[in-house]
Design a binder for this molecule. Structure first.
Ligand SMILES: NC(=O)c1ccc[n+]([C@@H]2O[C@H](COP(=O)([O-])OP(=O)(O)OC[C@H]3O[C@@H](n4cnc5c(N)ncnc54)[C@H](OP(=O)(O)O)[C@@H]3O)[C@@H](O)[C@H]2O)c1
Length: 334
């Protein structure tokens, strides 16, 4: 007999990390089209703090369980979801906890079958949970929105971080040349991921170094795809070093503002395109999931460091994310 309750980290109003409670919530049933998953690990991402605070407006059903990414085991298969999943399958999802869907930071969750994917055999649930969001984000930013092509030059800012490092590896795999920026401590790590050149973003000569490096790496053509994942933008400089038909995929910096010279934009067919994985369709997510699974199976998508915390520390995890004191990924264990 299953107990009627489960433990979860949930919030009943928008606000700071203190609105997150830990306690009993009714155990969900596998409604039509869903699979009831026993959660083994759920990740804490920046976007979870935006959903909780209201900075990212989305449909929530209070009490709302926090968290978007989870890895676990399929327990019960709802009507309409049979055939695709079987009890005992190792599975994952990276699109829960917003848009009216229940969150991942719980002992169990009913996940729509279209948003659930089988985890490749032998992949550790905690390791996988740590990279689902960054791996899929990097894929969609580079391919779906950036339209990266072999031989192109890609600039990746924040390359030492979760999304940035996944983007460096995937851009290199796509045959692109990568110019990256990171903290001084992360330069070697980024080179190890295959970046052609890495710049310390704190260097007082960063702008000149970027111009010289892009000129050298791209053979004078300029940057084709620009991804700044740090949330700290120098958009005028970014536009300056873009080549003809360069694409800026704007994906971080929730409260940032920028000034750019428009005269650099239209004469060079330059585009700036906003992208948030929250808007990705089920088809986009499934395509990204295929790549994520391949990378996971190959051991080519891994977090640098993971801090595991018990589910009851979800509020503490959100505080640390907002304070910027997290280096690596936090994964919650139910
Ligand atoms: N649009 C989307 O769909 C989407 C999806 C996922 C994430 N995001 C956003 O992308 C951003 C990164 O997420 P994440 O999970 O990768 O975070 P993360 O792991 O914390 O990475 C951020 C990285 O940026 C570095 N950094 C800070 N300031 C920098 C600067 N001025 N230049 C270059 N690097 C700098 C940090 O280095 P230190 O640690 O040394 O400070 C850190 O390595 C967040 O703002 C997140 O909200 C957007």
């Amino acid at each position: 007999m299953r107990p009627p309750f489960m433990k979860a980290a949930y919030f009943t109003e928008l606000g700071g990390p203190g609105v997150i409670h830990y306690g009993d919530r009714p155990l969900p049933g596998p409604t039509p089209g869903t699979v009831l998953v026993r959660v083994a690990a759920s990740a804490v991402n920046h976007v979870d703090t935006f959903v909780r605070s209201g900075a990212y407006a989305t449909e929530l059903h209070f009490p709302q369980v926090v968290g978007r990414d989870l890895v676990g085991t399929a327990e019960l298969i709802g009507p309409g979801a049979a055939g695709r999943f079987s009890p005992g399958d190792a599975v994952w999802s990276n699109s829960m906890g917003f848009d009216g869907r229940p969150g991942a930071a719980a002992q169990s969750i009913a996940v729509p079958a279209e948003r659930l994917y089988v985890l490749p055999a032998g992949v550790d649930p905690v390791q996988a949970a740590a990279v689902l969001h960054s791996g899929a984000t990097a894929y969609l930013a580079l391919h779906r929105h950036g339209q990266v092509q072999p031989g192109e030059t890609v600039f990746i800012g924040g390359a030492g971080g979760g999304v940035g490092s996944a983007a460096v590896s995937q851009a290199v795999s796509a045959g692109a040349l990568v110019v990256a920026s990171s903290s001084a401590a992360d330069l070697d790590y980024c080179r190890g991921l295959g970046a052609s050149a890495v710049l310390d973003f704190r260097s007082p000569d960063f702008a000149d170094e970027l111009r010289d490096t892009v000129g050298r790496v791209s053979g004078g053509r300029g940057v084709d795809v620009h991804l700044e994942t740090s949330g700290r933008h120098q958009l005028d400089l970014a536009v300056d070093v873009l080549g003809l038909r360069g694409r800026i995929v704007l994906m971080s910096g929730m409260s940032a503002t920028a000034t750019i010279r428009l005269g650099r934009l239209y004469p060079h067919d330059i585009s700036i395109r906003g992208f948030a994985i929250s808007n990705a369709t089920e088809t986009d997510l499934a395509e990204a999931a295929e790549t994520v699974n391949k990378l996971l199976a190959d051991g080519a998508l891994a977090a640098r460091s993971i801090t595991t915390l018990p589910l009851q520390d979800a509020a503490r995890a959100h505080s640390a994310m907002e304070a910027g004191t997290v280096h690596g990924k936090i994964v919650l264990l139910p």
